[in-house]
Ligand binder design. Structure first.
Ligand code: ATP
Ligand code: F6P
Ligand code: MG
Length: 530
């Protein structure tokens, strides 16, 4: 039996990060002005709404290209439904209604409760607009264009929420929740909402799978029965009630386990890797003609899932990072020629570092994996640092975990899930600063703060708490509506269902041409380090 990492389909393989790449087909900040070319256009099509092998190249000379693009888009963003396999599946009226605000304690012997007055359902044809800016030129900051004229092409995705008809009878449901990957603030909030919502539908058999996908194969680990009573206060602390892990069994072993346990609703909380696993589980269940709904809830402080405004836990991580940045600032500011360095998580995406720098207003230099830089030389980071020490007397640097890896020796070390383990660039830059200032005979007092796990082991803040609540509830609504192989998200402040492959075809990265990165540069005042 292969490991999960071996089970990845080529389509879902996450590409190597390449900080030189422009993720919208536009030049990097420091490159020459853009000139349109067909290759860029083709790349842009892929990048504007998630890469997919299913997207054929577009022939812009065809007057119908727009409608063809939209047709293709609709196919790609179609959300798999139980009736795709079980054509004769018959829905029943939803048991989620206003009369069901408390957990069901009795069987449905007398029939399903209904509420004629309840009109809070989402029509299955409701859609949310994925892109809301009409860029008039490909040179506009952050532009995501499809054709050379940046034509307006509407891209609609499925609106999330409770449906009037459901495809699972609550008394026949055994639901399981599993949390995989690293920790993230809000995991417990999502678990709690899933359990509470399942109970409102009338589900009685709800279990937690301990320690990620490993819990499906490790015979020492037993399912954790879940109920409103068990989860009532779990959101008050960080971590995961169920535990997390990386690595684990192969997909067929997991699906065997689902069959043995009689699980027909699986809620999977995790990042890119976990979602690749969830999609493979969904496909295997279909292959075996199992009536199972597999629904993901994207979890990552790195905010590296495509197409979403943000993922839960990100806000909290950024907020928690403020404490580290402020400490670094105080230390640097109070020392003679003080330099504070803060390293923040973000394996391939610099979102935490960028947002934490923006929020704090105390960062002079922000280094992220998506934007390459020199350390040495007249335009390098060290030269600017020297200028800051001369003019301000102190400086604070924020580095993302994945930044500057090209300066470090490659170890080829991988974690249990196959993710590359990075070297510590924070330590490296600290040493380089000391060395450089010693050479030029300028005293410098460097303090390095690495709050790593502190920013993700904490409890969710209020805004993440709300996001978790909505996502958890929508995950349950999606499963009952008969969808599988989907994940939940927030797009332009509205809640949506997306097919898993579209959100994980590559990790979402900070666009160096985006307004947000430009705002960060404006705020720090840092130059281009090239
Ligand atoms: N391509 C894949 N196909 C199937 N399963 C995978 C794949 N990649 C990772 N997994 C499994 O998903 C689980 C979590 O993966 P991983 O450790 O990469 O975390 P993640 O979900 O990406 O979250 P994080 O943001 O914390 O990294 C692991 O059990 C791993 O074996
Ligand atoms: O030490 P662990 O648990 O593998 O987690 C570290 C990783 O988790 C992440 O925060 C993703 O969740 C990455 O930024 C980081 O590299
Ligand atoms: Mg991952």
């Amino acid at each position: 039996m292969g490991t999960l990492s071996h089970a990845i389909s080529p389509k879902l393989a996450l590409p190597r990060r390449d900080s030189q790449r422009s993720y919208h087909g536009l030049p990097r900040l420091n490159s020459r002005p853009l000139r349109w070319n067909a290759n860029r256009a083709a790349k842009k099509i892929r990048m504007s709404a998630g890469t997919s092998k299913r997207s054929p190249p577009i022939d812009f000379s065809n007057p119908d290209w727009k409608s063809k693009f939209q047709e293709d888009f609709e196919t790609r963003f179609n959300i798999p439904h139980i009736t795709d396999i079980f054509h004769d599946a018959v829905p029943i009226p939803s048991t989620f209604c206003l009369k069901m605000r408390t957990p069901v304690t009795e069987d449905f012997a007398g029939g399903y409760p209904s509420d004629e007055e309840w009109h809070g359902y989402i029509n299955k044809n409701d859609r949310v607009l994925l892109k809301v800016i009409h860029y008039s030129s490909p040179t506009s900051a952050g532009a995501e264009c499809i054709d050379p004229d940046c034509s307006w092409v509407e891209q609609w995705v499925h609106r999330a929420g409770p449906r009037e008809k459901i495809y699972f009878r609550p008394e026949e449901v055994k639901a399981a929740i599993v949390t995989c990957g690293g920790l993230c603030p809000g995991l417990n909030d999502v678990i709690r909402q899933i359990v509470i919502t399942l109970e409102i539908y009338g589900v009685k058999k709800i279990v937690g799978i301990p320690f990620g996908y490993r819990g499906f194969s490790d015979k020492e680990l037993t399912e954790m029965p879940l109920s409103r009573k068990v989860v009532q206060n779990v959101h008050l602390s960080g971590g995961s009630l169920l535990g997390v892990s990386r690595g684990g069994p192969g997909i067929s072993e997991i699906v065997d386990s689902l069959e043995e346990r009689g699980i027909n609703m699986l809620f999977v909380l995790g990042g890119n890797g976990t979602h690749a696993g969830a999609n493979a589980i969904h496909n295997e269940c279909r292959k075996r003609r199992m009536r199972v709904a597999v629904v993901g809830v994207p979890k990552t402080i790195d905010n590296d899932i495509l197409l979403m405004d943000k993922t839960f836990g990100f806000d909290t991580a950024v907020e928690e990072a403020q404490r580290a940045i402020n400490s670094a600032y105080i230390e640097a500011h109070s020392a003679y020629h003080g330099v504070g360095i803060v390293k923040l998580m973000g394996r391939s995406s610099g979102y935490i570092a960028m947002h934490a720098s923006l929020a704090s207003g105390q960062i002079d230099i922000c280094l992220i994996p998506e934007v390459s830089f020199n350390l040495h030389g007249p335009h390098g980071v060290l030269s600017h640092l020297k200028y800051l020490i001369e003019t301000k007397g102190s400086a604070v640097i924020c580095v993302a975990e994945g930044a500057g890896q090209n300066f470090l020796q490659k170890t080829n070390a991988k974690d249990a899930s196959g993710n590359i383990v990075f070297g510590d660039f924070g330590v490296h830059i600290q040493q380089e600063i000391r060395k450089c200032f010693k050479e030029i005979g300028v005293p410098v007092d460097v303090k390095y703060i690495d709050p790593t796990y502190m920013i993700r082991a904490c409890r969710a803040n209020a805004s993440d708490g709300i996001l978790c609540t909505v996502l958890g509830q929508n995950a349950v609504h999606g499963a009952f509506a008969g969808y599988s192989g989907i994940t939940v998200g927030i797009c332009n402040t509205h809640y949506v269902y997306l097919p898993i492959p579209e959100v994980i075809s590559y990790p979402r990265l900070v666009d160096p041409n985006s307004r947000m990165w430009h705002r960060c540069l404006t705020s720090t005042g840092q130059p281009d380090f090239i």
